[in-house]
Design a protein around this ligand. Structure first.
Ligand SMILES: NC(=O)c1ccc[n+]([C@@H]2O[C@H](COP(=O)([O-])OP(=O)(O)OC[C@H]3O[C@@H](n4cnc5c(N)ncnc54)[C@H](O)[C@@H]3O)[C@@H](O)[C@H]2O)c1
Length: 143
């Protein structure tokens, strides 16, 4: 059976394209999305699980159901102007939402978070940004 990959924000712009590519590569992308800015019609490449990153119980259910081998995280609010006017809304959704997702993933597998760190990604990001940065190396924080 094909491996499942959990794609948060899979009903959004970037996430739906990621799902298309994942399906083409032989994976089953499982979209997790609350449709705050996404479209259910865009979920064409695998199952849809409606839910909010801030709802840990719902995340737990989805991890238990699909046992994803990996998670790709695209669920976020991303309006720059609005984020200046309502920063708390963005911190809550994007930062706490991401933390919830990471904790749910760890509780389920536990994912070998450090294994996701990749030297090629690190090198590409450093080339792009031209400076040291905090690599989100899943348990392998670097600066
Ligand atoms: N669009 C771009 O050009 C671009 C460029 C660089 C980075 N990004 C980043 O990629 C990510 C996705 O951007 P996008 O353009 O696809 O945005 P989008 O609004 O089209 O997609 C985001 C998806 O996340 C979902 N979502 C938001 N909060 C959620 C929550 N709490 N729980 C569940 N689902 C939630 C929305 O319903 C939506 O489907 C963002 O982090 C954005 O900053 C986008």
């Amino acid at each position: 059976m094909a491996d499942h990959i959990l794609v948060t924000g899979g009903a959004g712009y970037i996430g739906s394209h990621a799902c298309k590519s994942l399906q083409a590569a032989g994976y089953v992308p499982v979209t997790f999305d609350n449709l705050v800015t996404g479209w259910e019609d865009a979920v064409k490449f695998g199952p849809f699980e409606q839910g909010d990153l801030l709802n840990r119980a719902r995340l737990n259910e989805v991890f238990a159901k699909w046992k994803p081998v990996a998670v790709m995280h695209f669920a976020a609010l991303n309006q720059v102007g609005e984020s200046m006017k309502e920063p708390g809304k963005y911190w809550l959704n994007n930062v706490l939402g991401s933390l919830n997702l990471i904790e749910a993933a760890q509780a389920d597998a536990p994912f070998a978070l450090a294994d996701i760190y990749d030297e090629e990604i690190e090198a590409a990001a450093q080339a792009a940004y031209g400076r040291d940065y905090a690599t989100f190396g899943f348990g392998n924080w670097q600066s």
